[in-house]
Design a protein around this ligand. Structure first.
Ligand SMILES: [Zn+2]
Length: 274
């Protein structure tokens, strides 16, 4: 990810290598510098231990600024012997793997024990990596950088699956409370949490990501639905102050995805999608 181009050298590379991924690295749009730094810090911290179910991948570079330096292909969530399977293996960057593992142990399993008296034995998701904009926005989604996870359901030990789509407003208070507890407590592990009450795009999943919002803020938005009896009011439902009317836009990506522009600075908006 060199910032300075040496035209002669690039020409030699382009002519000799024939436009392979190296060319994209040198001449294409760049991911924000903090992303590489966050990955490096995470990798050197030992927070993610490679295994058969957490396998290091090669760099994914592009299209455009999309990708990650040293992502993992992950088929489990959680730590050591306590990890459980995902419905499908998926790619995440190191900080997301670490955050998801912490979240599962700190938030999901205690909530499952509290509301169902049994552990979660599997997690269903709707994807992590997708090189695209936030729906209804000019900003790239954190999914573009393997820095996001859409969780749609939790399989319990007795075989039942609690799904966001059906459980959030379920007549079964234990399901609604469990999902609110999980959603509400997620904002300590992730910097963006969007749930069913945040808009039409999140009726069937919790969007969790590690975006860097200005001033270190966390965007936790589930809406202001009444919490079912017995449920706890958590930060998930409180912080709408970060969506001021006079929000200043500080960047954009005009044109098609990755057509020559670096990732913009500033907070993305989440009008509908993620
Ligand atoms: Zn998402």
């Amino acid at each position: 990810m060199k910032r300075i181009l040496y035209p002669a050298f690039v020409f030699v590379l382009a002519a000799g290598v024939g436009g392979c991924s190296l060319f994209g690295s040198w001449g294409g749009p760049r991911r924000a510098a903090w992303r590489s730094q966050a990955e490096s810090q995470c990798l050197s911290s030992g927070a993610v231990v490679p295994s058969d179910t957490v396998r290091p991948m090669d760099e994914v570079d592009g299209p455009g600024a999309c990708g990650a330096d040293r992502p993992f292909k992950v088929s489990t969530i959680g730590k050591g012997p306590n990890k459980v399977g995902l419905n499908e293996a998926t790619a995440m960057n190191c900080p997301m793997v670490a955050a998801a593992d912490n979240w599962f142990e700190r938030v999901v399993q205690p909530a499952a024990e509290a509301f169902f008296g049994q552990p979660v034995v599997g997690v269903e998701h709707m994807g992590t990596y997708s090189c695209r904009r936030i729906a209804g926005s000019r900003y790239m989604s954190e999914h573009s950088y393997m820095n996001a996870l859409d969780v749609s359901g939790f399989k319990l030990a007795d075989g039942r699956t609690v799904r966001v789509k059906t459980g959030w407003r379920s007549a079964d208070a234990s399901e609604a409370n469990f999902l609110r507890q999980v959603g509400g407590s997620s904002c300590d592990d992730f910097t963006t949490v969007l749930g069913p009450a945040s808009g039409a795009a999140h009726q069937d999943h919790l969007h969790l990501d590690l975006a860097r919002h200005s001033q270190g803020r966390h965007v936790c938005r589930g809406g202001d639905e009444p919490v079912p009896e017995g449920g706890r009011l958590l930060s998930f439902f409180k912080d709408d102050s970060i969506f001021p009317e006079d929000k200043i836009r500080t960047g954009s990506i005009p044109g098609g995805i990755g057509e020559g522009e670096d990732e913009p600075m500033g907070d993305p908006e989440y009008p509908q999608g993620d």
